[in-house]
Design a protein around this ligand. Sequence first.
Ligand code: CP
Ligand code: NVA
Length: 323
Amino acid sequence: MKQQLSPRSILSVSDLTGFELFEIIERATELKPQIKSHHTISTLYGQVIGLLFEKPSTRTRASFETATRRLLGEPVYLSSSELQTSRGERPEDTARILGSYFDAIVARVHSHKTLEDLARFGGVPIINALSDLEHPTQAISDLFTIFETKGRMRGLRLAFIGDGNNVCNSLLLSSALIGMNMTVACPEGYEPKAEVLDKATMLAKETGSSIEVVSEPKEATEGSDVIYTDVWVSMGEEDERNKRIKDFAAYRVDRELLSCAKPNALVMHCLPAHRGEEITEEVISGVNSVVWQQAENKLYGAGAVLEFLLARDILEEKIAPLL
Ligand code: CP
Ligand code: NVA
């Protein structure tokens, strides 16, 4: 019997090579004006995409759902609270069934292991729409925003201020893959996972970039091209809220911290933002902030990711006659 190869999935941003990451960013760049002008793009025609969400989402769900429709595919949203998994059905059984209905599954999960089960038993591409470990599609569209605004990524310096969380992990790996330097400033005990740091450091060696973790926000921000922050209390960490608010008090992105970065530095935040906690109103609404552009770009990033996994052959056919 012919052995079936597992289809490509994106559970971690490091499931891509630096070249592939750049290919997705370039495609997002092409898709943006086409989608904005309602140009007909049919790359996902006939494909049904399952969107399985165990946690709330405004941007990621809406951008994947809209991207699927804009590329003429069909999205089907499933809230985990309405699935039989909420009454004890095994994740691998759910994965087998959903994989037999959908052409790909975009999933936001509590535990990264659920994504691995989906990928192992689903038989279709799985896209991580946020787990406890990573948020790869966020990092992909964020790199697109940096590329769109600065015209390059390689050699830039990104300072991440705050929690070494899922968003930070994916930014570390994608910065390393693309050759961007990244410094994380976080309180002791909130560093990114050692396995992610090791992998990012290894990838950074290949692209000649640097990955650092420091405790002083100003040290990370000094001379940076991008200053990025995320919430201090991620989804599922609500019980730790009081402790976290105290522990992160010195890690707020405010006017003083921003003044350490280059004058034209970009201020980025994946959103949702908690003004007065990780970022001030003045900075998020200031001239350096690109957060709304960044959120809009999730739509084109989502489209490019879906096409990368489901329609690469169509894109190659379209491009080939032009070569
Ligand atoms: N940035 C982001 O992932 O936002 P949502 O939680 O609204 O999807
Ligand atoms: N770190 C945040 C990101 C939200 C998009 C969380 O996991 O809640």
